[in-house]
Design a protein around this ligand. Structure first.
Ligand code: PRP
Length: 204
């Protein structure tokens, strides 16, 4: 597998932050007067959730759910199993299901059905990325940050072989490519503008 020399960045930290603020403004307007619980899907949504909740100016609660998908990821034969149950009481509350990416729809479709048994008032779906491809399970995001082509993306929670989730940006790979190597010690080899410890004034 060929390692790329530089990341092909789709969304910079600044663009992600701006989009999150816009999304939260809509979510707040749609949930006025309702008790709101965000349920984030482990592990990919963790960075998104952390930035999302900090953009709210109203009360909310959040919790996590963990699932595993077995079988071919691009086929309806894949089976979703529960790995970590929610620990909050969501009966009668508005639930916002938060995930990093909507792809086949199997994960969010399964979780949405699973949560209904706890009697929430409603379950809405919020994803940072929505892949432009036919869904295997019919799922529509109520809030979607960016629509992307059917490419492999990593960073900002999304993994490549369970690594690279910590990157502050979202990058994409072509078929047969691997992300650029990060240094074994010290700072990752990233473009200067994306190095948080050297953040320029304009990138706030
Ligand atoms: C990824 C992603 C979504 C799901 C989307 O999770 O975080 O939850 O796949 O794909 P789908 O729409 O085809 O179901 P993954 O199973 O890779 O686990 P992770 O969040 O731990 O990376």
């Amino acid at each position: 597998m060929k390692t790329t020399s530089r990341p092909q960045i789709l969304f910079t930290p600044r663009r992600i932050r701006k989009r999150i603020r816009e999304m939260v403004a809509r979510i707040e307007a749609d949930h006025r007067g309702e008790e709101l619980v965000l349920i984030a899907v482990l592990k990919g949504s963790v960075l998104f959730l952390a930035d999302l909740v900090r953009a709210f100016s109203r009360q909310l609660a959040f919790d996590f759910i963990g699932v595993s998908s077995y079988g071919a990821s691009r086929s309806s034969l894949g089976v979703v199993t529960l790995e970590k149950e929610i620990s909050s009481d969501i009966r009668g509350k508005s639930v916002l299901l938060v995930d990093d990416i909507l792809d086949t729809g199997r994960t969010l479709g399964w979780i949405r059905e699973h949560l209904r048994r706890f009697g929430p008032k409603q379950v809405r779906i919020c994803v940072l990325l929505e892949k432009q491809r036919p869904r295997v399970i019919e799922v529509k995001a109520d809030y979607a940050g960016f629509v992307i082509p059917d490419a492999f993306v990593y960073g900002y929670g999304l993994d490549f072989e369970d690594k690279f989730r910590h990157l502050p940006y979202i990058a994409c790979l072509r078929e047969g490519e691997a992300p650029p190597a990060l240094r074994a010690r010290g700072k990752p080899r990233l473009p200067r503008i994306f190095a948080p410890w050297k953040r320029s004034k304009g990138d706030r």
